[in-house]
Design a protein around this ligand. Structure first.
Ligand SMILES: Cc1cc2nc3c(=O)[nH]c(=O)nc-3n(C[C@H](O)[C@H](O)[C@H](O)COP(=O)(O)O)c2cc1C
Length: 187
């Protein structure tokens, strides 16, 4: 059976560079004989996680729907900006909702345990959101995800993509190809 991977952006901003990067990664992965799906977190709005809310109302329908997709996937790629050098709130909130058991029969961390993942980033500054990748990969490792060692931070993002949405720099293209092939192999 074909392996399946989800591609997410840690930004729901219209015109997001990380969404552009995630979609470019989708195009690269499509050449690899795997099932790929881009997930726009704007399509899965979730209230700010709160244990009282969870107890009273359970998980929102958006979290349940996204959880099903994660459970069915072999892994996922996240392209995310850093906000104040760390994970964006929309990404953290999504991971928090997905990390919870929605019923007792569900295995612990079913969305994440033993899944493969890759992390990349983009920003207009020279570091390309690099500092946010450390806390992101640490978080993922702690919830059982096997995160690909290689990563890419795309600096000067407004100039980094061509008119077709592809990365312009050959070295970055090579790195993305390697990252995606590794994610697919371990997923
Ligand atoms: C709350 C906030 C904090 C930010 N902190 C950083 C930062 O620490 N480092 C950085 O390079 N850019 C930072 N930025 C700028 C973002 O990298 C920039 O807005 C980027 O375009 C967001 O990614 P997107 O294009 O995918 O939406 C911050 C932006 C916001 C809104």
């Amino acid at each position: 059976m074909q392996k399946k991977f989800l591609f997410l952006s840690g930004s729901t901003r219209k015109g997001s560079f990380n969404t552009q990067l995630a979609k470019y990664c989708v195009d690269v992965a499509k050449t690899q004989n795997v099932d790929v799906e881009f997930i726009d977190l704007a399509d899965y709005p979730m209230p700010l996680f709160n244990q009282d809310l969870e107890k009273e109302e359970g998980a929102p329908a958006s979290a349940r729907a996204l959880k099903e997709k994660f459970i069915a996937a072999n892994g996922f790629l996240i392209a995310s900006p850093e906000y104040n050098s760390t994970i964006t709130p929309v990404l953290k909130n999504t991971i928090d909702w997905l990390s919870r058991k929605y019923d007792e029969s569900e295995p612990r961390l079913a969305c994440f345990s033993d899944k493969a993942a890759a992390v990349v980033s983009a920003a207009s500054g020279s570091l390309g959101g690099l500092r946010g990748l450390d806390p992101l990969r640490l978080l993922l490792a702690h919830i059982g995800v096997n995160v690909v060692g290689k990563q890419l931070a795309v600096g000067f993002a407004p100039q980094a993509f061509d008119e077709n949405g592809a990365l312009k720099t050959e070295q970055q293209v090579e790195t993305i190809n390697t990252i995606i092939k590794t994610m697919i192999r371990i997923g």
